[in-house]
Design a protein around this ligand. Structure first.
Ligand SMILES: NC(=O)c1ccc[n+]([C@@H]2O[C@H](COP(=O)([O-])OP(=O)(O)OC[C@H]3O[C@@H](n4cnc5c(N)ncnc54)[C@H](O)[C@@H]3O)[C@@H](O)[C@H]2O)c1
Length: 438
C-alpha cells in the first residue's frame, strides 16, 4: 500500500519506518524542515533503538520519502496516517490545533489528488473529536462528502517509547474505528501482517479506548506507589506484596470489576478501603487515590439519584436490594443507600429481592438494616408482580437471572433504569430502557 504519514515525531517516525518494513511505500510529511533533513539523510530524528537502521535502509531503497507538501504526498498515496502531536493546553484541555491544520491540508490536497483516499487519524484525541471537529474540516476543504471521495478511520497507537519498534510489530491489540465496517477493514489492512487481536468498532469507542488504557496505566502506577508508601513504614516488602497481587488472574489482573455498573458495597470493600486510608492517615502518608475511592463511590450513587430524578416520576420499583445477586447481605449495599436517599426525597418505593426476608436476617446484617432502613418491611414485595403494578420507574439493581423475563412484561409508560447491564446487548425492543453508564 502507498501511505502518507503526517507528523514525523515519536509515533510518526516509528510508524513510517515500520510500515516500510511491512512492505508499504511511505511518504513522511512534517512542517519541521530539521526533521525532514534527518530522514532524507537516512537518519532518525529521535532516539529509539533500531529506528536509525530502518530509516537508513528504506530511504536507500527508495520506499521511504519525505516532504513538507501534503499535495505532493497525497498525489501518490491512497492512505494518510495522521500522527501529529495533541499536547495539553495550559488549562489541561487537549490542543487539537495541529490535527485541525493537517485535516485542512489533507482536505485541500484531496481536491487535486484525483483518486479516493482513506484518512486514518492516529493522534490521541477525545471521543467525538474526529466526527465533530475533523470530519467537517475535511469535507469543507475537499468539497467532498465522507464515504464518497474520501473515508475516515480512527486507529489509536499503543507503542511505548524505548520499546517502540517491538511494540509496533507486537502490539497488545489493533483497534480501528470507522463510520462503516468496510472502512475499518480497509484501514486494518495496513497491519495485515501483524498477528495482534483486531477490534473493529465505532470511531468514538476507538478514541475512548486510548484514554481508558492510558488512564488505567496511570491508576496502576499511582496505586502500586501508594501501596508501597503505606507498606514501607509498616516494614512490609511492597514488592513481595505486589508480586503476589499480580499472580491473581481471577480477581486482580482480570476483567472482573472492570465493567461499568453501580457503586461498590458489601461488608468488605468499604470497610477495608476505610481501614487502609485510616492507617495511611495515622502514619502521615498522603494517599490521594486511596482517599478518593469512597467519595467517588458516593458520587456514583448520587449520579443514579440524579438520573432517576430526571425521569420526573415518583413511583419506583427496585429489583434487587442486597449488594449483589445471590446473597442476602445488605451491609453497606449501595442499593440501600439509594433507597434511603430516594425515600428522603419523597419517592414511593417498593422493593423485590428474593434473597432478602427480614424474618431471616441475623447478626450484623440485621442490625445494619434496622438502623439504616427501619421501615424496610413496608417496602418489600413478595413477588415481581407487585413491582410491575406499582412502578413508573423500574430500577434493575442486580443481575439476577429471573429479572430479564420480568422486564419483558413492562408497559410502554414504564421506564427501565438498568444499573447492572442486565442485557448484554442494548435491548432495542424496549424503548423505555435506560442504561446507567452506557
Ligand atoms: N509518544 C508516544 O509514545 C505516543 C504513544 C501513543 C500515542 N501518542 C500520540 O500520538 C500523537 C503524536 O505523538 P508524538 O509523541 O509522536 O508527537 P511529537 O510531538 O513527537 O511529533 C509530532 C510531529 O508532528 C509534526 N507536525 C505538527 N504539525 C504538523 C503539520 N501540520 N503537518 C505535518 N506535521 C506536523 C511536528 O513537527 C512533530 O514532528 C499524539 O497525539 C500522542 O498523544 C504518542
Amino acid at each position: 500500500m502507498k501511505i502518507s504519514v503526517f507528523g514525523l515525531g515519536y509515533v510518526g517516525c516509528v510508524s513510517a519506518a515500520c510500515l516500510c518494513d511491512l512492505g508499504h511505500e511511505v511518504w513522511g510529511i512534517d512542517v519541521d524542515p530539521g526533521k525532514l533533513d534527518f530522514i532524507l539523510r537516512g537518519q532518525s530524528p529521535i532516539i529509539e533503538e533500531g529506528l536509525g537502521e530502518l530509516i537508513s535502509k528504506y530511504v536507500k531503497a527508495g520506499t521511504l520519502r519525505a516532504t513538507t507538501s501534503a499535495a505532493e504526498a497525497l498525489s501518490s498515496t491512497e492512505i494518510s496516517l495522521v500522527c501529529v502531536g495533541t499536547p495539553s493546553l495550559e488549562s489541561g484541555a487537549l490542543n487539537i490545533e495541529y490535527v485541525r491544520r493537517v485535516a485542512a491540508e489533507i482536505g485541500a490536497a484531496l481536491k487535486s489528488c484525483g483518486h479516493r483516499h482513506l484518512v486514518i487519524l492516529r493522534s490521541t484525541m477525545l471521543p467525538g473529536t474526529t466526527r465533530r471537529e475533523l470530519l467537517p474540516i475535511l469535507e469543507r476543504a475537499s468539497g467532498m462528502k465522507e464515504g464518497e471521495g474520501f473515508f475516515v478511520a480512527y486507529n489509536p497507537e499503543f507503542l511505548r517509547e524505548g520499546s517502540a519498534l517491538r511494540d509496533f510489530y507486537d502490539p497488545p491489540k489493533t483497534v480501528v474505528g470507522a463510520l462503516r465496517k468496510e472502512t475499518a477493514e480497509h484501514a486494518a489492512q495496513i497491519y495485515a501482517k501483524l498477528t495482534a487481536p483486531l477490534f473493529l468498532t465505532g470511531i468514538e469507542e476507538a478514541e475512548m479506548v486510548k484514554y481508558a488504557d492510558n488512564v488505567f496505566h496511570a491508576v496502576k502506577i499511582v496505586f502500586a506507589n501508594e501501596i508501597g508508601a503505606i507498606a514501607k513504614p509498616l516494614g512490609v516488602d511492597s514488592h513481595r506484596v505486589m508480586e503476589i497481587f499480580v499472580a491473581d488472574h481471577k480477581l486482580n489482573l482480570s476483567p472482573y470489576y472492570l465493567k461499568p455498573g453501580f457503586a461498590f458495597g458489601g461488608s468488605c470493600l468499604p470497610k477495608d478501603v476505610r481501614a487502609l486510608a485510616a492507617q495511611a492517615h495515622e502514619a502521615n502518608v498522603k494517599t490521594p487515590l486511596l482517599f478518593s475511592l469512597m467519595d467517588a463511590n458516593r458520587e456514583h450513587v448520587q449520579r443514579a439519584v440524579k438520573m432517576i430524578q430526571s425521569f420526573g416520576k415518583k413511583k419506583i420499583g427496585l429489583l434487587g436490594l442486597a449488594f449483589k445477586a445471590g446473597t442476602d447481605d445488605l451491609r453497606e449495599s449501595p442499593m440501600v443507600e439509594l433507597v434511603e436517599i430516594l425515600l428522603g426525597k419523597g419517592y414511593q418505593i417498593k422493593i423485590y429481592d428474593k434473597n432478602v426476608s427480614l424474618a431471616r436476617l441475623v447478626g450484623s446484617n440485621k442490625r445494619f438494616i434496622e438502623t439504616v432502613l427501619p421501615h424496610l418491611t413496608e417496602l418489600l414485595c413478595p413477588s415481581t408482580d407487585e413491582i410491575l403494578e406499582h412502578a413508573e420507574v423500574i430500577v434493575v439493581a442486580n443481575s439476577d437471572h429471573d429479572f430479564p423475563p420480568v422486564l419483558e412484561k413492562v408497559k410502554p409508560h414504564q421506564i427501565i433504569f438498568d444499573l447492572v447491564r442486565i442485557f448484554p446487548e442494548s435491548p432495542r425492543h424496549l424503548p423505555n430502557y435506560h442504561g446507567f453508564c452506557w
